[in-house]
Design a protein around this ligand. Structure first.
Ligand code: PRP
Ligand code: URA
Length: 206
């Protein structure tokens, strides 16, 4: 399974803001948004394209346009922070939602909501900032795959080796784009060094 870790210096700078425990919620949300924009660009660099022609004011020339419809599927809640950057870059995307919440004791994710658009023939981009055990992403991707998309991409902000291994086992063909591959999970299945609970820091529910 290909894993792509962003090497852009701005990604590293914004990630440092997200990791910093003294970052206020406003800076956290702004950093999360810009970092998601970078990841949205990097994760879509191999999208299918369609070659054609375009009439400029002077002559006809070759053109390249996006060649497959897209769908973005944030995993609620924290994935919502990554939706707007995709909508700004790709205004025509269809949007689906998968609601998953980890049990605080077992860290097992259970589903409380799923509303997906027709995914047949679409490139489905699943977004969730934290890939910890990988349980949430793997479950969401299983639901997405059942709708016969053209292909699936996973975009996260921080990935743990355990989550990457889970993806490798369950969905080896799916590329994962992230801003960081961290060291490990702690005994509560939080990513180390990580950035804490993304959803709580984003929505102020600490
Ligand atoms: C967080 C995060 C991921 C999940 C990752 O969500 O946003 O969805 O944990 O963990 P996993 O890889 O071990 O499944 P959480 O369940 O805390 O819900 P929230 O987004 O509503 O805060
Ligand atoms: N979810 C988070 O928000 N943070 C972690 O470190 C793990 C799961």
């Amino acid at each position: 399974m290909p894993i792509h870790v962003s090497t852009h210096p701005l990604s590293a700078h914004l990630l440092a803001n997200l990791r910093d425990t003294s970052t206020d919620p406003q800076t956290f949300r702004r950093s999360a948004k810009i970092l998601s924009t970078i990841l949205a660009l990097e994760s879509t660099q191999h999208l299918p394209v369609a070659e054609g022609e375009v009439q400029t004011p002077l002559e006809i020339t070759k053109s390249t346009k996006l060649g497959a419809p897209l769908a973005v599927i944030p995993i609620l809640r924290a994935g919502l922070s990554m939706l707007e950057p995709f909508l700004e870059l790709f205004p025509d995307v269809a949007v689906g939602y998968v609601g998953l919440e980890r049990d605080e004791k077992t860290a097992k994710a259970s589903s409380y909501y799923c509303k997906l658009p027709n995914l047949a023939g679409k490139v489905a981009i699943v977004v969730d900032p934290m890939l910890a055990t990988g349980g949430s992403a793997s479950q969401a991707i299983k639901l997405v795959k059942a709708e016969s998309p053209h292909s699936v991409i996973l975009v996260t902000v921080v990935a743990a080796p355990e989550g990457v291994a889970k993806m490798e086992e369950d969905h080896p063909e799916i590329p994962v784009y992230t801003a960081a591959l961290d060291r490990e999970l702690n005994d509560k299945k939080y990513i180390l060094p990580g950035l804490g609970d993304y959803g709580d820091r984003l929505f102020g529910t600490l």
